[in-house]
Each structure stands twice: as C-alpha cells, then as structure tokens.
Ligand binder design. Structure first.
Ligand code: GLU
Length: 472
C-alpha cells in the first residue's frame, strides 16, 4: 500500500509553528517511505475562513520549503460528495434527523443528569425513533452510535494503544440544521476519498479519533492509521502562548529567522535522532521515524532557536544574507543606508552576522553603523574615554591619514605599531577606535570596521569623538 498523508489546515488564521511542525512530520514521513503528501484546505467554517488566510498558509509553506504533491483539495468544493454520504447514512439508518434545539437538549439533561456543566450534556436520543422528514422544518443530522458502552480502541503510532469508553460519546451531529456538515464527518469522507493511509496530526484531535473510526466503519471505509503528535508547550510547561513564541510562521520570516533554521529547530521539538542537532532536509528525511517522536509535550526553547539561526546565518555569505534581508526583513535597507555602497553593506553583514541572532539584528546593526555615533555609554566613557586616552586621537588620525592602501591588514599594522611606539596597550587604542566608529566597546573587529568605512569616514568619526569628549 502506498503511503499517502495529508496536512489539513483550517484557513481561519495564519499558520503557527505547531501546524508547521505537523506538516513537516507528515512531509518527512511521506518522503522517507516514498509516499505522497497532500494538502487539504478545510474551509467549511465559511464565517471564519478567508482566502487571505489560505494564501498566508500557502506562503508559509513556500517560504519553509514544504512541498505538497498536486494542487490543494478545497473542502468546501466537495459538499456534494458530503451530502451524498449523509444521504447514504440516513438511508441505511446509521444516521437520523434530529429536530431538537440545543436548548431543549440541555434542558432535558438538567432534568436527568445532576450536572449542569455544558460539556457533560449528552443527547438523549429523543428523535431516534421519531425522525421522519418534515417539510420546511430545519433538522440536524446525528450519527447513531452503533453501541453505547464498551471500549473503542485504536493503535496510535506514537502513543500505542488508546482506549476510550463509548459511554463518553453520544449520537453526535454530523450536519448542522443549516445543512453544513461537521468536521468529524467531512474529514472522514475526504481522507477516504484522498486515499489517506496515515493521519498524522496534533494531539488536540485525539478525542475526535474514536468518533471518526466509528464513522469510517459506518460508511464501509477502511480505517487509516493514526499518529497524534504531542503539543508544543511554553517555557513553563503550559500550552504554548503568544508570549512563548506562538506567533505565525511568517512572523518568524519577518523577524529574520532563516527558513531552514526554523525547520531544523522544529524537527527536534519532540523528535530526536541520537543527540544530533543539525540536520539538512535530506538527513531529516533519511532519519525520520514516527516511533522516535516523543509521547510527551516538547517545550519551546527560544534560546535554542536563536542559537540554530545564528549557526546557519554564519554559514551563509553576506551577499546571500543581503538578498534575504531585502526580500524578507527590510526592503528599504538600501535607501536607509544610502552612504554605503553595495560592497560595504555586504562586508558589514558578514561582520555583523557573528554577533546576531536574527537577520533583524543584522539590519539594526547595519542601519545603526550608517550614522556616526553621537552617544556613548557611561561604562565606556569611564573605562575607555579617559582624558589622557582621548589625547591619542589626533595622532591616530595622522597615522590613519598616512596609510596608502586602507585595508584590514595595513590598518591593523599601523595601529599596532602606533600602540607599541607610544607604549600603550593595543586594547586601549583599539577600543578608542571601536567606540568612535561603532559607538560601543562591544562590537565587531575594529580593523574590519575601519576597512568597511574607509579612510575618510574613519578619520571623521575619530575626530567627532575627540570633539565630543573634549566638550564634556
Ligand atoms: N482542520 C483541522 C485543524 O486545522 C485539522 C484536521 C485534521 O488534521 O484531522 O485543526
């Protein structure tokens, strides 16, 4: 049997990282076994679904490189097929019309059941024997449970045997009184028609699975295999919230995360292959197995994501990073750094990437460096800008002016020779220059910074620091 899996997002919001991880696990599982990965847009909730969200989900997949086989299946276009199966279930008495309003069901429950908690409300089969079609009267369609007690068991490929008692279920609604079919029903019909062999989805769907299995059986469909992936948890073990990073996938792009870094981070969230942390996509496909997915929720770790992003950024060249920055993070970079040439921007990005977590950090550094610094922090002023140290500047400017070829090596050579000759520690002179150019004693290599700026601008910034320090 060919492996066919699917990812089935509802376009009622942007794709979040939990969804992306589910799609990724599906993709890896499919590719590992030479199978197919399909996409189904579950847009039956017409009020909350929008085309803009569908497009945003597709964009997120394009960015992260998740590739689906064939065009997406649009659930709302399959309504005719859903109605056909409902008619079949009605005809075979596996489903029945229900004319009760939800208030009536709740009211009757109050009389018979001690609790008033809404989710404990069960349908009392009021319409089971009294459900003839009544012209003009709206009715919901309920699935008739084939048994009302006893275990329903399935094997989850991650969690092992899962059993629930049918007693926890009732004759649930498969189509609302406005005719709209419900999630548990449509998903079964669609997964069957799409020949899905394995359903790999978030653990939040595990309570739906017994209902869906009963529907598969009632429709005479073969039951696929199931795997429920544990949730992504926040830093304190609670459900992931916006504060922990539950932002949409495209927000990560905008903040300057690299698509592969995010994918690599997510694959390790709840899945391990020994203690390997870095994976190419090809390695992920080779190594991925569902039985290595953890049964426990995995905590989202922002520091680790930042670390991986830094690792991948450092592996990429400045010109590639520049094109990603302009595409994803700051399209205006050029106009915001007009005094730099393209070459200068690329060199700077190469310098800044070592100290950045994201492309957003790199952008902030490049734009910051474009202007000569005007403010210096107290620590730097007390430690590195003491009056006697400041007095090195005029001499330094002369030395810099005399350098013919203003490259890293010659600048470094000249400054080192000056420090030696004036009996000063190199760090004292280097920090002075770094503060003049970068605005802080913490920053990239000082000779590299000077070489990027060029002779004139380096002298100008040193002079500006001198004047500002003298005027204090
Ligand atoms: N449309 C459902 C959701 O977005 C997923 C359905 C499924 O995977 O069975 O949560």
């Amino acid at each position: 049997m060919t492996t066919i899996v699917r990812f089935a997002p509802s376009p009622t919001g942007h794709l979040h990282i939990g969804g992306l991880r589910t799609a990724l696990f599906n993709e890896l599982f499919a590719r590992h076994s030479g199978g197919k990965l399909l996409l189904r847009i579950e847009d039956t909730d017409r009020e909350r679904s929008t085309d803009a969200y569908t497009q945003s989900i597709l964009d997120a997949f394009e960015w992260t490189g998740i590739i689906f086989d064939g065009a997406p299946v649009i659930q709302s276009e399959r309504i005719g097929r859903h109605q056909e199966i409902i008619a079949m279930l009605l005809a075979s008495k596996k489903a029945y019309r229900c004319y009760c309003s939800s208030e009536e069901v709740v009211d009757r429950n109050k009389k018979t059941v001690e609790t008033e908690i809404l989710h404990a409300v069960k349908y009392d089969r009021h319409c089971l024997d009294n459900n003839e079609y009544q012209e003009g009267k709206p009715c919901a369609i309920r699935f008739k449970l084939p048994f009302t007690s006893g275990p329903i068991t399935f094997i989850d490929l991650i969690r092992g045997e899962v059993t629930i008692d049918a007693e926890q279920l009732d004759d649930f609604i498969i189509a609302r009184s406005d005719g709209g079919p419900m999630y548990n029903f449509v998903v079964v019909v669609d997964d069957h028609d799409m020949h899905i062999s394995h359903i790999i989805r978030g653990e939040d769907h595990i309570s739906n699975t017994p209902k869906q299995i009963l529907l598969y059986q009632a429709c005479g469909f073969s039951v696929p295999q199931f795997a429920h992936i544990p949730m992504i948890l926040g830093s304190t073990g609670q459900r992931l919230s916006k504060r922990d990073g539950a932002v949409s996938v495209l927000e990560y792009r905008q903040k300057g995360y690299l698509a592969h870094a995010l994918i690599n981070y997510l694959v390790r969230l709840g899945w391990a292959h020994g203690d390997q942390e870095k994976f190419s996509k090809q390695e992920m496909v080779q190594c991925f197995a569902l039985h290595d997915v953890s049964r426990h929720g995995a905590r989202f770790d922002q520091d680790k994501l930042d670390w991986l992003n830094g690792v991948y950024m450092r592996e990429m060249s400045g010109d590639v990073l520049l094109s990603l920055i302009v595409r994803d993070v700051e399209p205006e970079l050029e106009s915001k750094t007009l005094q730099f040439s393209m070459q200068q921007r690329i060199k700077l990005i190469d310098l800044c990437k070592d100290r950045a977590k994201t492309l957003g950090d790199v952008v902030a550094m490049v734009i910051g460096f474009h202007q000569a610094p005007t403010q210096f922090n107290t620590h730097d002023r007390e430690q590195w800008l003491r009056p006697e140290v400041i007095e090195y500047i005029p001499q330094l400017i002369k030395i810099i002016d005399s350098i013919d070829k203003f490259d890293v090596e010659l600048v470094s050579h000249a400054v080192k020779a000056y420090a030696h000759q004036s009996n000063t520690k190199l760090v004292t002179v280097a920090q002075l220059i770094r503060i003049a150019l970068w605005g802080s004693s913490v920053g990239p290599g000082v000779f590299e910074l000077a070489a990027v700026l060029g002779k004139q601008e380096t002298m100008k910034r040193l002079n500006a620091l001198y004047i500002s320090a003298k005027n204090e």
